[in-house]
Design a protein around this ligand. Sequence first.
Ligand SMILES: [Zn+2]
Length: 489
Amino acid sequence: MTTDPTNYSRPLLLAAGSSGTDTTNLEARLESTTVLVTADPEAPAALTTLRVLVANLRRLPIQLHLDPDGGAEQLSADMVAELEHLAVGIDITRPLNIYPPTQAVVHVHVGTSSAAAHICGVADGHGTRVRPQGHPFPPLLAVGTGLGGVLTGAMLTAEVFKIVVDVLPDCRGPLTPIDFCPVTLTEPDGIVRDLSPLDATALIGGGAIGTAIALILRELNATGSLTVVDPETYDEPNVTTYSLGTLQTAENNTHKVHLIRDELPGLTIDPFIGTAQDYIDAIDSGTKPMPTTVLGAVDSIDARHEIAALHADHTLDGSTGGSTGTMLSLSEATWHGPCLRCYYPTRPAKGPSVIDLLAERTGLSRERLARGTEELTAEELDALEGLPPEDRAILEREVGKGVCGLGKAFGLVGADNGFNPSAAFVAQQAAALVVGALVRGGTSTRPNYVQYDALFGPYGDMTLHRNSRAACRCQTDLELHRTVRSHRR
Ligand SMILES: [Zn+2]
């Protein structure tokens, strides 16, 4: 078992940005903050919601309590054991306390029965209903699904986060009732559309949004086949920002595509270790089939442009970002427009990535550098030829440490170091929009663009219909793209 401490840097960075505090003060504050979770075990999708809520809250360095007797009925020993196991996988030094605290800063409840909880939430079909204390729930309209459960867990986390982090008033919405379904994009309507078995579908990106999409597919008991594309291995900071994986996954340097495969036994997963461009090359050479539907879960404009170059029928792209990392969006795109270039036209002016620069400077391969936590060995250093003595001296100091530190050691870490504020509950809401679109059947006839801030919640006018840009390649090169598509199929 790993002995490295859990790395809370990215959620703390996100929390610091929203609260105007520095991460050190915030960490001390969170460590003395107690949160209580209770649940009605028979509430719709209660177990899914609890899995998401407990894991998300464990991704903050708070004192976390679960009271198995705090709901309408007692939580089963199996349920409690599973949640304890989940929490220990994220932070072995902060186990879930299975008893009520003397006092809690926030009490959050899964279900409709609690009068004592500050916030309650429950799945209704694929959607969610969240209520502050004193606001009654309307009658629920449908059986809760895995999508509704994950979304409820994510939204309850957002409400707890606002309180424990003390988010600045202008960075958050008030605690009000939320009724939202990512399939209808309005309130839950009582109709639960089944997710069709997946076919000719590719998930591109196994990061924060990609693992959240995978989690939702798992909790929805999705069937069929899915290609998963990502070049990287799972790393320590991912434990507190992704929806899947544990300290052990990071210790094992598991490829992200293999983590997703192992978490989704109900789906036939074809793992592809590589970038979107590598995947396109494989399609062009006939070794991979052309997908019809692409679930986009990447974190850069360049990668979105690579996805656009696939020219798939449906592209459902999830994103997170904004100045505090809490904005999230869904962009529905098609090969004939709007494509992802229409949504993300500008390529930011930037040079080669840190990995590119390091590969050139050290002679280590990009593939090797991507295995960030794998320690640099003396043998690897000996095998490097033609290194200037000053660069060799830097590398000698790094022997025995993960290569993820090399960017810093060589002074190359700038804006492109991937150190972005990030939290699982934001990515899960973006993923819910993506899977909601998948349940609707792909890109709508009038493609949707949906955007909201996870600390404000969904609101009335957040969905826009999006047209193509006349100057975009999807319009000016339409015939060329048609030819490329027919070749690939
Ligand atoms: Zn376009």
